[in-house]
Write a protein that binds this ligand. Structure first.
Ligand code: SAH
Length: 465
């Protein structure tokens, strides 16, 4: 299998510095599944091409694994693995171009940091999902893609097309980005991992995907195909990518609590909110409760004091907030009986999550205004359709009340991470549509001092099945 990368930025032979491989030499690497070579079929100052050739030993692949392949079939020995670019290539790239992938270059750092015209040729990839997927993966990253499909056999056109493609990618891009894109996306195209997928695969994916995967429009498909048959790991990876995409919710959440509580100080709004939520939970007789977007655990603390609650789950996309919650609640020193009642879990409200099913009630306190409006639909399905607790208690700021905050100028939100703040009418319109769509009824409660004109600072919707 062969991957070539061509640079045309003069002097093009500087590609050798960027890849840390001298164009005049043949470089070879021993790998557990075969041998890799790096060489330069052309190296002039106008055009320089580096080739990574992988010689996979198909017999070596199955040798020593007899136990697992008892009664094995011929396709263990005769298959496309030696010929198509796959996860083997990513492993070889890690070995051959590790330093280049991290963006370091001895002697040409400036060039390494600069987008330059580069072209990559993936001689053969197997992609059962078709040309559409190839384009969906690479085009949003700024590449012009040329995709050529190969017939099964040129001599027998009637046999039709094969799942094999030659792909040319051209773009003006930093070399490290190109390498990291290929490292992640080649196994995604191929979707057949040669090795056991462990937890460190998530780390690898996130490291190689840093700076581009979180905002890729098809990140969900990429993660799922990169971690095939590993739904738990895929979920974790997606949750962490969402976190990245949310512009560092940890940082924003911390200032969130500080800024918002400073502004709300005179009325101690958050305490009133917590009080109102607990009162509703009591009134519906909830025993098992989810606090979705629990943040640093202000509400969880009060929930723990409610003896009638036997199971309390705090969930948040921000890992750091969960750590702070754990510390503030002194989770590690909690008596076992108490500890049994509380679980903190990392997850995102953007993705269906079986762990959320079967609860009496869910609270979603000051969370929805942190979600991008187009993503609300996903949130609705996750909470109202998939988790589907009997009662949902949801609060959000009432934008009309903002005129009463002396420190807030007109049109400003209460916090910079808020994506929107709704008037009572807007909230009630959303809440009534959502409740209707998912078969809940809804009532509204004001939280905090109520002004005759602009209403209360916090609005609460209580949804019941
Ligand atoms: N409920 C807490 C925190 C509110 S701040 C309180 O009242 O104090 C909003 C919280 O929503 C943050 O902790 C943020 O990390 C979390 N959040 C934002 N997007 C999320 C998502 N997609 N899934 C889960 N939590 C999310």
């Amino acid at each position: 299998m062969l991957l070539t990368i061509t640079a045309t930025h003069p002097p093009a032979t500087d590609l050798g510095y960027l890849l840390h491989k001298n164009p005049a030499k043949l470089h070879s690497f021993e790998l557990s599944f075969g041998k890799a070579y790096v060489f330069y079929p052309e190296a002039t100052s106008e055009r320089c091409t580096a080739a990574l050739l992988l010689d996979v030993d198909p017999v070596g692949l199955v040798r020593g694994k007899r136990g697992q392949h008892e009664g094995g079939t011929l396709d263990q020995y005769v298959n496309d693995r030696p010929y198509v670019l796959s996860s083997f290539l990513s492993v070889a790239m890690g070995r051959a171009f590790g330093t280049a992938m991290s963006g370091r270059s001895k002697g040409r750092q400036q060039l390494a940091d600069q987008p330059i015209p580069l072209a990559a040729k993936l001689t053969v990839v197997a992609c059962g999902a078709g040309e559409g997927l190839i384009r969906e993966l690479f085009e949003p990253l700024g590449y012009a893609a040329t995709v050529e499909r190969h017939p099964l056999d040129e001599k027998f056109p009637e046999w039709g097309e094969s799942p094999y493609y030659t792909v040319m990618l051209a773009g003006t891009i930093r070399l490290r980005d190109l390498l990291n894109h290929l490292y992640v996306l080649i196994p995604v195209l191929d979707a057949e991992k040669h090795y056991w997928i462990g937890k460190d695969e998530v780390e690898k994916l996130l490291r190689r995907g840093e700076g581009w995967l979180a905002s890729h429009p098809h990140k969900e498909a990429i993660v799922k195909r990169y971690l095939p048959r590993q739904r738990e790991l895929a979920r974790e990876a997606l949750a962490r990518l969402t976190e990245e995409d949310n512009l560092d919710p940890d940082a924003t959440e911390q200032t969130h609590s500080e800024e918002e509580s400073k502004m709300e100080e005179p009325i101690r709004l958050w305490q009133q909110r917590v009080g109102a939520v607990v009162a509703v939970l009591r009134s519906v007789g909830a025993k098992r409760v989810l606090d979705l977007g629990c943040g640093e655990g202000k509400l969880l603390r009060s929930l723990l004091e409610e003896r009638s609650l036997i199971e309390i789950v705090g969930m948040d996309v921000s890992y750091r907030s969960l750590e702070i919650a754990g510390r503030r609640l002194k989770l590690d020193r909690m008596p076992p009986k108490q500890k049994e009642r509380l679980k903190l879990m990392h997850g995102s409200l953007m993705y269906r999550d079986k762990r959320l099913a079967g609860y009496d009630a869910a609270t979603v306190v000051e969370v929805i205004e942190h979600l991008d409006a187009p993503r609300l639909a996903a949130f609705e399905r996750v909470v109202f359709e998939s988790a589907r607790p009997k009662t949902i208690i949801l609060t959000t700021p009432n934008a009309e009340y903002n005129v009463k905050f002396a420190t807030l100028t007109a049109g400003q939100f209460r916090h910079k991470d808020h994506r929107f703040e709704w008037t009572r009418e807007q909230f009630e319109r959303w809440a009534s549509q959502t409740s209707e769509r998912f078969g809940y009824s809804v009532r509204y409660l004001p939280v905090g001092e109520e002004d005759p004109h602009v209403g209360a600072p916090t609005q609460m919707g209580v949804f019941s099945l």
